[in-house]
Design a binder for this molecule. Structure first.
Ligand code: TEU
Ligand code: CA
Length: 554
């Protein structure tokens, strides 16, 4: 295997709007990020992925870009961005931006020109079609609910949007569009970016010509994923983008890839893959339902373990997964994967440790390192996220009352991850001196960074330890390149695996609150990480406390 510069890195996702506000307008910004570079360096992370900060109406929080070449003034200026790249580099850190090119904003000049003259040059930048007898070209449902088709005012035409109607899909079949995208990617990479996280990328290839599929809800529409299963040939676009942009810059790229076909793995993240890595969403999507969040099934410890192992087995040594327990689209990992009400620091550490030691690139989402939890919504008016608002409606339509519907969406809301970062115990968690754009999680007095960096046994210190171990010359090779073998797989509520390289590590987590006794596959030589002060070990017999997590050399 050819070694790449990013193999040994640990990544950290920043959601700029909620990270740190430097000027009191209630919105996090680039100067806020610059201020916290030393905090991040101290944690030990190397790659910083920033969710979008380009010019945007923020209909979908920046995932709707109106100008790919400029920074939204709410986030700062291009000088701030250059300074951030520069100052990160000084600390041997890399900045990775979000690449959102399945769609742009309806306020992008391309789309405005397309609407003004749908049959002209810019019309072909998008998917624009004539309605037939008032009917849309295909019955697909957008990710945010309702049809993917919306009218172009003053015409009989419609345009396609896989997401919100303010996010028109770009027509990747048009080579001129692809050229524009590559030009922009290279422009940013030339500025010194480390690479990109690539948004919603599987959606760029549509099954053409447009057609209806079997409806899956009473609205007569079908999930857009049904269409994706019929779409073939995405590789032509992705390999072109790799060859024209990523490869010449030796960039690190991580694809937000859902719904790829299993046989495509190697072409996506193999040695000469389209991307360096892709996220493992096996656990994320578990229990999801076509019908909506109201029909989703909770995930158990056993499910979590099997999802992780299945993903690891599928990838093996073909490439590197990027491992997460949460991101800006998901509830907080500790609230989602630990049983309800079980949010002890030890449990948070166990979950983090089990995920972190998997083979792949560990990603930490802002606040995860201090164990941030889901927030509390006292009413639907406290929700900002468009996906949550849509799912709330869906739950009401399915017959749930307002209170139940709020409970349902509270479990899965994307806003759980988007509440401001909790820096301190002071007002608004030290995120802003103004009014935060989204309410701070009420638990900030107990869960905040200032407290945790001052305490040796905090969740923050535990993540720091994990990162240090990953970088340690003695273990590095094994943790990065070693294989993964599940062990004691039939032990209920126990997740354990070996990482085998030049050394052998045993990672074990007691995924329950009750203590238990386990016979280890071998007598351990040393305990490298422990989320408790002590461990009761007698030869190959270990008595694990509730949520105890150990990394041992065996
Ligand atoms: O997400 C793509 C995606 O398909 C889902 O994560 C989706 O947002 C979620 O299921 C809705 O509940 C990416 C971004 O991560 C997300 O924030 C954007 O909203 C979306 O693309 C559109 O750009
Ligand atoms: Ca600000």
């Amino acid at each position: 295997m050819i070694k790449k510069w990013w193999h040994d890195k640990t990544a950290y996702q920043i959601y700029p709007k909620s990270f740190l506000d430097s000027n009191g307008d209630g919105i996090g910004d680039l100067r806020g990020i610059i201020r916290k570079l030393d905090y991040l360096k101290d944690l030990g992370v190397d790659i910083l992925w920033l969710s979008p900060i380009y010019v945007s109406p923020l209909a979908d929080q920046g995932y709707d870009i109106a100008d790919y070449y400029n920074i939204d003034p709410r986030f700062g200026t291009m000088e701030d961005m250059e300074e951030l790249i520069e100052k990160a580099k000084k600390r041997e850190m890399y900045i990775v931006m979000d690449l959102v090119v399945n769609h742009c904003s309806d306020e992008h000049e391309w789309f405005k020109k397309a609407c003004a003259d749908p049959d002209g040059e810019y019309g072909n930048y998008f998917y624009i079609r004539e309605k037939k007898d008032g009917k849309s070209p295909a019955n697909w449902r957008s990710y945010f609910g309702n049809s993917v088709w919306s009218d172009i005012p003053g015409t009989n035409k419609q345009y396609l949007h896989s997401f919100h109607k303010k996010q028109p899909d770009l027509n990747w079949e048009n080579p001129v569009v692809r050229e524009e995208i590559y030009k922009n990617i290279n422009w940013w990479l030339d500025k010194g970016l480390g690479g990109f996280r690539i948004d919603a990328i599987i959606n760029i290839k549509k099954a053409l010509p447009f057609q209806d599929y079997q409806p899956d809800r009473a609205d007569g529409l079908c999930s857009i994923q049904t269409m994706l299963a019929h779409a073939h040939g995405i590789g032509e676009f992705l390999s072109e983008m790799r060859d024209r942009c990523f490869k010449p810059h030796d960039a690190f790229t991580v694809g937000e890839v859902f719904d790829e076909k299993p046989e495509e793995l190697e072409s996506f993240i193999g040695e000469n893959g389209y991307f360096s890595s892709k996220f493992d969403f096996n656990e994320t999507v578990f229990g999801g339902s076509e019908k909506g969040w109201y029909d989703a099934r909770a995930i158990t410890a056993e499910d979590y373990k099997h999802c992780c192992f299945a993903a690891q087995k599928h990838v093996g040594t073909t490439g590197f997964l990027s491992n997460i327990i949460e991101n800006h689209d998901e509830p907080r990992g500790v609230s989602h994967y630990l049983p309800a009400g079980e949010c002890a620091p030890e449990a948070k550490k166990m979950l983090g440790g089990l995920n972190f030691m998997l083979r792949g690139i560990p990603f930490i989402y802002q606040g995860q390192e201090i164990g941030m939890e889901n927030t509390v919504f006292s009413g639907i008016d406290e929700v900002d996220d468009i996906a949550t608002l849509d799912q709330y409606q869906t739950a009401l339509e399915a017959g749930y009352g307002p209170k139940e519907a709020l409970d349902i969406v509270s479990r899965y809301s994307r806003d759980n991850a988007r509440t401001p970062m909790q820096w301190e115990a002071s007002a608004n968690a030290g995120f802003t001196e103004g009014t935060p754009w989204l309410k701070v999680n009420p638990n900030y007095k107990n869960v905040n960074a200032a407290d945790q960096i001052s305490r040796n046994n905090s969740v923050f210190m535990f993540y720091k330890e994990l990162i240090r171990l990953r970088k340690h010359p003695q273990w590095k090779e094994t943790i990065i390149y070693g294989t993964l073998e599940p062990v004691l797989e039939d032990e209920k509520n126990l997740m354990a695996y070996c990482r085998k390289g030049p050394r052998t590590l045993l990672i074990i987590g007691n995924f329950q609150k009750d203590a238990r006794e386990i016979i280890l596959p071998r007598i351990p030589e040393a305990v490298l990480i422990n989320n408790y002060e002590e461990v009761s070990l007698d030869e190959d017999k270990v008595t694990l406390k509730g949520w105890q997590f150990l990394v041992m050399e065996i």
